[in-house]
Design a protein around this ligand. Structure first.
Ligand SMILES: Cc1cc2nc3c(=O)[nH]c(=O)nc-3n(C[C@H](O)[C@H](O)[C@H](O)COP(=O)(O)O)c2cc1C
Length: 212
């Protein structure tokens, strides 16, 4: 395999200051809608979430964006997971969206805060039954001896919640990432890419062009 020969020119589009919305959340929603409409891949709402633990060791994983408004980017997860432990130790996180067929990425830095139980419950109850049961069955990020044990735990929970609504587990919920910076990146020819960084300054968003 020869990796150093793999490259391409980025010619899909450009991005200029006058194309940008004043509010990066509006701009984000424009790009997300384009990614959804373009049917690029199965998971247009997938984002890499980077966290850092108390020892300063970073880790990343993909989660799905489930809500977005002026107050931030929402995802759901297990509250005992490695990511949740990291956030408890250090609430500074980063989100990364990549829509590579459109030669676009968005990088967000921000502060994660736990959602209220009411908000988490609303979302949990909207999930398919099997996903609700699976949330009960998995102690996410913990070691387990075999797949069989996991499937047994799933069957046990299926039995336990045969009837009626599956309640929100106390160890499951979500986070809202309040953005501090949001960068929009559009690939351009000759590696002269367009980058615009929004920063929250006081109550307002300011935007500046960055070198590629
Ligand atoms: C496309 C995709 C979507 C995912 N969505 C979520 C999600 O919304 N929430 C979640 O907890 N894990 C999700 N995962 C699994 C995570 O990437 C990760 O394996 C899990 O959350 C455990 O991470 P941690 O041990 O670092 O906490 C997703 C994985 C992929 C590939």
């Amino acid at each position: 395999m020869k990796l150093d020969d793999i490259r391409r020119e980025y010619l899909y589009s450009g991005l200029s200051r006058k194309d940008l919305a004043d509010d990066p959340i509006v701009q984000f929603k424009n790009w997300l809608q384009m990614a959804i409409d373009a049917d690029l891949n199965a998971d247009p709402t997938a984002m890499s979430l980077a966290t850092v633990n108390a020892q300063g060791v970073p880790s990343q994983r993909i989660v799905l964006l489930k809500n977005l408004d002026a107050s931030g980017f929402v995802f759901y997860t297990n509250l005992g997971s490695r990511k949740a432990q990291n956030i408890a130790e250090n609430a500074n996180v980063s989100l990364h969206f990549a829509w590579l067929p459109m030669e676009r990425q968005i990088c967000v830095t921000g502060v994660a805060e736990k959602l209220s139980i009411a908000e988490a419950t609303r979302y949990f109850l909207s999930r398919p039954h099997e996903s609700q049961v699976a949330a009960w069955a998995s102690q996410q990020s913990q070691a387990i001896g075999s797949r069989k044990l996991l499937e047994q735990a799933f069957e046990q929970m299926k039995n336990r919640f045969k009837q009626g609504e599956v309640p929100l587990p106390s160890f499951w919920g979500g986070y809202r990432v309040r953005p501090v910076t949001i960068e929009f990146w559009q690939g351009r020819a000759n590696r002269l890419h367009d980058r615009f960084m929004y920063k929250m300054v006081g109550e307002n968003w300011e935007v500046e062009r960055l070198q590629p």
